[in-house]
Design a protein around this ligand. Structure first.
Ligand SMILES: [Zn+2]
Length: 193
């Protein structure tokens, strides 16, 4: 699995993480298939030490659900930052039984990076993330920042993707079918460390 994220969404996440530093920040990611098209930043609701934990309330999760259905996006996962620690899931992160965990590594505050992790049977696997241009749909290598044209998807896929992104940016109200509520326990306060 290779996740794709538009420059615009990527920038939202990075700016949020950098401006909240040294506190943890985070939010919800929505998309279609493996493309991240919606970012919902959420204020850290932890009362005590926000540099160690990111928390979101049941109301946040409900708001996220409406955000996703309104924009016809699937729930992809929660993202949160690790201002000091290494950008791998903590035991507390893994306790949420999320399929994917997105973590912003801020070891270098001025060069943050987004990491995607897939969790299977308690084991953690790294997934690739590629940044795509909002307009040209050029695939950019997240490490080198250089376009990777050889890995571009076929034209038909790119056309479809471009249309999806255009619609989303234009705020087109899509016809959506109801998805199951995000598949985790939204009944309580949730924290990621
Ligand atoms: Zn964490």
């Amino acid at each position: 699995m290779v996740f794709r994220i538009t420059e615009r969404q990527y920038t939202i996440i990075m700016k949020q993480a950098q401006s909240c530093y040294p506190q943890e920040s985070g939010g919800i990611l929505g998309g279609r298939e493996n493309t991240i098209l919606g970012v919902l930043p959420i204020a850290n609701k932890v009362v005590q030490d926000r540099t160690e934990v990111f928390g979101l309330s049941a109301e946040d999760i409900e708001r996220a659900y409406h955000f996703l259905t309104k924009n016809d996006l699937h729930y992809l996962g929660v993202y949160h930052s690790h201002p000091r620690g290494i950008p791998v899931p903590s035991p507390q992160d893994l306790a949420h039984h999320q399929k994917y965990l997105f973590i912003v590594g801020l070891q270098d505050r001025y060069n943050p990076e987004l990491y995607a992790w897939r969790v299977e049977n308690g084991k953690v696997f790294a997934e690739d993330i590629k940044i795509i241009s909002d307009v040209g749909i050029t695939v950019v290598d997240i490490v080198t920042g250089k376009p990777k044209l050889s890995q571009s998807a076929p034209p038909i896929y790119l056309d479809r993707l471009a249309q999806m992104i255009d619609d989303f940016i234009a705020g087109v109200e899509p016809q959506y079918h109801r998805y199951n509520p995000v598949n985790w326990d939204a009944s309580t306060f949730s924290t990621f460390a």
